[in-house]
Design a protein around this ligand. Structure first.
Ligand code: CA
Ligand code: CA
Length: 146
């Protein structure tokens, strides 16, 4: 995120273009953008604020349906993609929801960084898993070099 922010600021500086700071974190269920002319203050929103018909970002980056690949084809078996956003046929959940169409409340334990620093965390319904990085072994909560 920091790299993206500084890249965007650099872009403004070099080319003098109006370019809105906007970033998307599908894994953690949120996006962020600037809400006024200043790039110093960024607001975070849940994913369902994307393509919802209301501009939440200063220049409306959250409503660029084509660029974001917002689609309406996520409803399966009569279940709507309701606690998230439908992007390119896949429902991506707001923080706090899970399941194939985001209908199940689920905590993303990974945001509390429960795994070893040398492990990857994967959020699952009702739980989470930790997997040691290649070259490391252990249960994911504790990893050591091989
Ligand atoms: Ca919006
Ligand atoms: Ca979970």
């Amino acid at each position: 995120t920091n790299a993206q922010l500084s890249a965007s600021r650099k872009h403004v500086g070099i080319f003098g273009l109006k370019h809105e700071v906007f970033f998307l974190n599908l894994e953690d269920g949120y996006f962020g953008c600037q809400v006024n002319e200043s790039t110093d203050y960024l607001q975070l929103y849940e994913l369902s604020k994307l393509c919802d018909g209301t501009s939440d970002c200063y220049m409306g980056s959250d409503e660029l349906r084509n660029k974001l690949k917002c689609t309406n084809d996520c409803d399966k078996d009569g279940t709507a993609c309701s606690n998230g956003v439908c992007l390119d046929g896949q429902c991506h959940c707001n923080d706090g929801f899970g399941g194939c169409n985001c209908q199940v409340p689920d905590e993303n334990e990974c945001k509390y960084r429960p795994c070893d620093v040398f492990a990857h965390c994967t959020n699952t319904l009702g739980s989470f898993t930790c997997t040691c990085f290649p070259g490391y072994q252990g249960d994911g909560l504790h990893c050591e070099g091989k």
